[in-house]
Design a protein around this ligand. Structure first.
Ligand code: NI
Length: 226
């Protein structure tokens, strides 16, 4: 399931992030590439532990925690501290699959990557190329979103970032370990939650809505892990 989550960041937050990242010290992205991806990864990123990256990351995590669509789609148990990357002058990231396990730098904490996320920070008009291309059973999804929008996709899917041929593409990327490990169960819950929300907005009678909501929570109890 590939899910777009619009306007994760408010305009003021986006401006703050852009201002801060505009003065950041970018380094080669190959430093954190795994065995498989080092040959195809050509971008820049902020080093782990960079205070600016940590500050910007905290702002993003706070925005995610109050976003109902993100919470419903991801059912997050752990969110990896957001990283920041930048592509310009033909930089690209060839086809790869993200590592199944990620250790949070400077800690002993490891997280299973169920979902990958890209939060677009540059406006699409500011660069050419740079599409995130995600392969799934339905074919290829070419994703290039307005600044402040997020895409969530299965971390196990083959994906790539096309070469940026004009301007610069700045984004934040991170991974989520979900309470619900099974992607099909997670998708069913997302669908159910969305239907309940829609029925509720349409003014459906309260009693069946309470039962449906109970069904949702009981399925989370059955399928979820904390
Ligand atoms: Ni990746």
């Amino acid at each position: 399931m590939v899910v777009r989550i619009p306007a994760v960041l408010a305009a003021a937050e986006l401006t703050t992030l852009r201002d801060q990242l505009g003065v950041a010290s970018w380094t080669s992205g190959s430093a954190t590439a795994g065995f498989q991806s080092v040959a195809v990864k050509d971008n820049q990123q902020l080093p782990h532990g960079d205070p600016l990256a940590r500050e910007c990351g905290a702002l993003i995590v706070a925005a995610l925690e109050r976003n109902p669509l993100f919470l419903s789609a991801a059912l997050p148990r752990h969110v990896f501290p957001p990283m920041f990357n930048r592509y310009e002058n033909g930089m690209a990231f060839g086809a790869h699959v993200d590592n199944a396990v990620r250790q949070v730098p400077a800690t002993s904490f490891r997280l299973r990557t169920d979902l990958s996320a890209t939060l677009f920070l540059s406006a699409p008009a500011d660069y050419d190329g740079g599409e995130l291309v995600i392969q799934d059973t339905y074919g290829e999804h070419r994703v290039k979103l307005p600044a402040g929008d997020l895409v969530l996709y299965p971390a196990g899917s083959v994906h790539r970032v096309e070469a940026v041929t004009r301007g610069a593409r700045v984004a934040s990327i991170f991974w989520v370990q979900s309470m619900v490990r099974d992607p099909i169960a997670r998708e069913l819950l997302f669908e159910l939650d969305d239907s309940i929300r829609e029925l509720s907005a349409a003014g459906t009678a309260r009693a069946p809505l309470v039962r449906l909501t109970g069904l949702y929570h009981n399925l989370v109890r059955r399928w979820g892990d904390l």
